[in-house]
Write a protein that binds this ligand. Structure first.
Ligand code: ADP
Length: 323
């Protein structure tokens, strides 16, 4: 619904914009044609009034024709100035309204996604707790329900942290630590945490040697976790995810590779925008809010780093963090 709505809103804005633009252009052309006609009529009248016998006939005729020419030049230059102003103004209005519609659609998509993201873990946790309260269950079943409630509250925690952090980083109210981070330790810790949480998935890390940067360890952990979360989310359950730490010339790189759907070339930049999610909110199967990569990029840039995505072979994507 959000997608068709977006197409409709932008389509109808575009339609009326172009109608108005063509109308203004037509009015401008009509203004020029009528002024020029008036100019012609005036000079014809003046020429008719001029007496052939007048001693200064030739001089006066030349003056009338000269005046007519000057008027035409004046109309053309005024018309062109108006046209330039209209084109510049119209393209400014067009671009800003298009941007505004895009932002409001992204926010609408975000609201739909977040409602879903908040409701599902709350409903699941509530159901688990109600079942535990009402029925006498054996230890194994109890454990299963408790683990499910715990994992859902973890999801809620990550989501609220991402939202809070994104707004704090935007408002620059976040005070980040500046400590020496051993990236090899960090990668190993995050990957082993994921291995424990998703024992059925194949997640492998490779870190040749200790590599250090200055920054906030927790933030870098969040950035890396977002990339691994996505790799697990957007790649088939039986496909591997690799996290590699390496240094190349003067740069340190962390690469998260998956064999999933990959990212289309035209979306490789857009996916780092706030709330951006590929496809249609209703047909999208994977859960999410479109905040993860935006936040990750913000964190990495805040650490003077860079992040981008490349195609994996034969399929999937490689997200590269570069310091
Ligand atoms: P979310 O996952 O909540 O939608 P993100 O900001 O993390 O938000 O990602 C934005 C979009 O980028 C996703 O909706 C998805 O379409 C695309 N994307 C991110 N990571 C991957 C990946 N590893 N493989 C394919 N597409 C991805």
């Amino acid at each position: 619904m959000a997608y068709t709505n977006k197409a409709f809103r932008f389509g109808s804005f575009s339609f009326w914009f172009w109608i108005l633009f063509v109308y203004i252009l037509a009015a401008l052309i009509w203004w020029f044609v009528s002024l020029e006609r008036q100019n012609n009529e005036m000079s014809t009248l003046k020429l008719q009034e001029l007496q052939q016998t007048d001693l200064q006939f030739a001089k006066k005729k030349a003056a009338i024709l000269e005046y007519k020419k000057r008027q035409t030049t004046k109309f053309i230059s005024e018309g062109l100035t108006f046209l330039a102003l209209i084109v510049v103004g119209a393209s400014f209005v067009y671009r800003s309204i298009r941007k505004q519609i895009e932002v409001s659609n992204l926010q609408q998509n975000f609201m739909m996604a977040i409602t879903h993201e908040l409701k599902t873990p709350i409903a699941t946790t509530r159901l688990s707790l109600e079942t535990l309260l009402r029925r006498k269950l054996d230890d194994v079943q109890q454990q299963k329900l408790l683990l499910s409630a715990l994992s859902e509250t973890n999801r809620l925690n990550i989501l609220t942290n991402n939202i809070l952090l994104a707004s704090q980083m935007e408002e620059k109210t976040f005070q980040r630590e500046n400590e020496k981070i051993n990236l090899a330790d960090l990668v190993e810790t995050v990957v082993s945490d994921y291995k424990n949480r998703f024992p059925q998935r194949y997640i492998e890390s490779s870190t040749d040697k200790d590599l250090f940067i200055e920054g906030d360890e927790l933030l870098i952990q969040i950035a890396l976790s977002n990339l691994i979360d996505n790799a697990l989310k957007y790649a088939p359950k039986d496909s591997p995810v690799y996290v590699d730490l390496m240094d190349d010339d003067d740069t340190i790189q962390i690469k998260v590779s998956d064999q999933g759907s990959g990212v289309a070339d035209e979306e490789k930049k857009k996916i780092f925008e706030k709330f951006y999610r590929s496809g249609n909110e209703n047909t999208r199967k994977a859960k999410g809010t479109g905040l993860g990569l935006y936040l990750t990029k913000k964190i990495i840039e805040d650490h003077n780093g860079d992040i981008f995505v490349m195609n994996n072979t034969p399929g999937g994507s490689i997200f590269v963090i570069q310091f």
